[in-house]
Design a protein around this ligand. Structure first.
Ligand code: BGC
Ligand code: BGC
Ligand code: BGC
Length: 513
């Protein structure tokens, strides 16, 4: 494989093939009680969540809705990407996905049956503005009004993400996120949503995982639009920071009931050694991957993610931008999947002179890029999921406590966490889906989360990813993150054993159910 293929491959599989091949089997036999941070059953038995804790499940429009060209919806960059041969495993597309656009009453019935109090979903921008600007498409708005009313009827809080990666293709054709104009267009879209849905929806997150879609889309090109240029990433990320601030104001202006937060992807970063250089590298990882869109909102400044000066010029930063970015988020939402071990690469020569840069999980000699100069790897000390991610329950404790310290005990919402396991219906058990590893994953992780709450973190909600097995981006349908199994031949849903367990946890507010 050449370097570019290597990058696409490692991201198409979230590193799975790559890491699974690393002789992990020997390490996997480490007994649980020897794994640092493992939570013992007695502690799990005592764990109690606070009254009013919001149990939830999450999905995203392109991953579940289908109906890709119905009711006036425009084309998104994920439609274009998945319709391009060779981009998605198995040639899969989100054309139908879980068909939630039509089957949402069934899905809301599952949420209700599982005692869910919150459903985190995203709205597809090209359903609302097919070309990304201009008057809204009434049919798109009507769909989400009906959908949100059905959630409210079931007494489930609608948690709306405005953007989970499905940019109108027409806006990509105008330059995409590196084009600063998108900040204003996004604010217009946010205002339309708040004006039309702000009587029903009070919880809004502008962007899902802004680092991922800007870096993977414009920095290394493994997500649409497939561009690989670090300067484009810097510009895209700056536009998104401006857009976040402008959307915050547009939502608040249109709806007095609105609270606005975030849905960032985060991974706790542990320095590889105790050296000052590795500690500083871990801090740069945290600044770039975890808080690059949070520090800007809360303090109107970029965090220290770079070895040298902050490259304001390359970003396209203009005087006054600090004031545009600065908005006091009402709560901080982030996902936790896995952790990173980070080391310094500031002295090594960077090999990316061919214009390519390392991806998130890549151990290249010169570090990921010439600006942040660190190497980040996903360790394989804990067991790996079928999606190839290391299971490390203690990571959520460290991450929640770190954000609690750094941002003065904010209200935290866990916007996603989950694992892919390929368990399928078991005929001998009447078609049940026994998925004990997923139950274990959540039980251990939630025990760490409740410990963080006991230690002072103000965590109000947890959303498991995902309500349904769904379109897993570049992996197509080859990964299954759902707590509900979906048979994509006939759209039949079967709640997995983990879903039933999670429903009992939600009803009881404790883990020994
Ligand atoms: C996976 C995505 C994931 C993204 C960000 C990709 O490799 O396919 O599902 O969200 O990485 O971590
Ligand atoms: C910090 C550690 C912290 C870890 C995980 C690192 O960057 O140096 O103190 O435990 O992140 O949050
Ligand atoms: C993304 C989801 C994705 C999940 C699993 C998350 O980071 O927000 O869209 O399906 O990771 O990879």
């Amino acid at each position: 494989m050449d370097r570019r293929q290597f990058i696409s491959h490692s991201f198409a599989t979230a590193g799975s093939a790559l890491l699974a091949g690393r002789g992990f089997a020997a390490e996997a036999s480490v007994p649980l009680e020897q794994v640092p941070g493992a939570v013992m059953p007695a502690e799990i038995g005592r764990a109690r969540f606070p009254d009013g804790f919001m149990w939830g499940l999450a999905t995203a429009s392109y991953q579940v809705e289908g109906a890709w060209n119905e009711d006036g919806k425009g084309e998104s960059i994920w439609d274009r990407f998945s319709h391009t041969v060779g981009k998605i495993r198995g040639g899969a597309t989100g054309d139908v996905a879980c068909d939630q656009y039509h089957l949402y009453p069934q899905d809301i019935a599952i949420l209700k049956r599982l005692h869910m109090k919150s459903y985190r979903f995203s709205i597809s921008w090209p359903r609302i503005q097919p070309a990304g600007t201009g008057a809204p498409n009434q049919k798109g708005l009507d769909h989400y009004k009906r959908f949100v009313d059905a959630l409210l009827e079931a007494e489930i809080r609608p948690f709306c993400t405005l953007y989970h990666w499905d940019l109108p293709q027409a806006l990509e054709d105008r330059g995409g996120w590196p084009n600063r104009d998108l900040g204003g267009f996004f604010a217009d879209y946010a205002g339309i949503l708040a004006k039309n849905l702000g009587d029903r929806i009070t919880v809004w997150a502008p962007f899902n995982m802004p680092w991922s879609f800007t870096y993977l889309g414009y920095g290394v090109g493994v997500f649409p639009p497939g561009k690989a240029d670090y300067q484009q990433f810097l510009k895209a990320a700056h536009t998104v920071n401006l857009a976040q601030g402008e959307a915050f104001r547009a939502i608040k202006a249109a709806s007095t009931k609105a609270t606005v937060g975030s849905a960032y992807g985060m991974a706790p970063a542990y320095p590889k050694t105790d050296s000052d250089a590795d500690r500083a590298a871990a801090a740069r990882y945290h600044a770039m991957n975890n808080v690059y869109f949070l520090e800007t909102a809360m303090h109107g400044r970029y965090p220290k993610a770079f070895v040298g000066e902050i490259p304001y010029e390359a970003m396209g930063f203009r005087p006054g931008d600090d004031q545009i970015m600065k908005v006091p988020l009402d709560w901080i939402g982030f996902h936790y999947y896995t952790r990173r071990i980070v080391s310094d690469a500031s002295d090594a020569s960077h090999p990316g002179s061919d214009g390519s840069f390392g991806t998130e999980i890549e151990d290249t000699a010169g570090g990921r890029d010439p600006y942040t100069r660190f190497r980040a790897v996903m360790p394989t000390e804990g067991p790996l999921t079928d999606g190839g991610l290391e299971v490390w329950p203690h990571g959520i404790y460290d991450l929640v406590m770190q954000i609690t310290r750094e941002y003065n005990r904010p209200i935290i919402e866990i916007t996603e966490s989950g694992c892919s396991y390929l368990d399928a219906p078991y005929e001998k058990e009447n078609g049940r889906v026994p998925d004990p590893r997923r139950i274990e994953f959540f039980r251990e992780e939630l025990a760490e989360l409740v410990r963080a709450i006991a230690d002072g973190a103000n965590v109000g909600a947890f959303h498991a990813w995902s309500l349904l097995d769904n379109f897993e981006w570049a992996d197509g349908y080859s990964q299954r993150y759902g707590l509900t199994y979906v048979d994509f031949r006939d759209q039949k849903r079967t709640v997995k054993d983990s879903g039933l367990w999670y429903g009992r946890v939600a009803a009881a507010n404790r883990l020994d159910v």
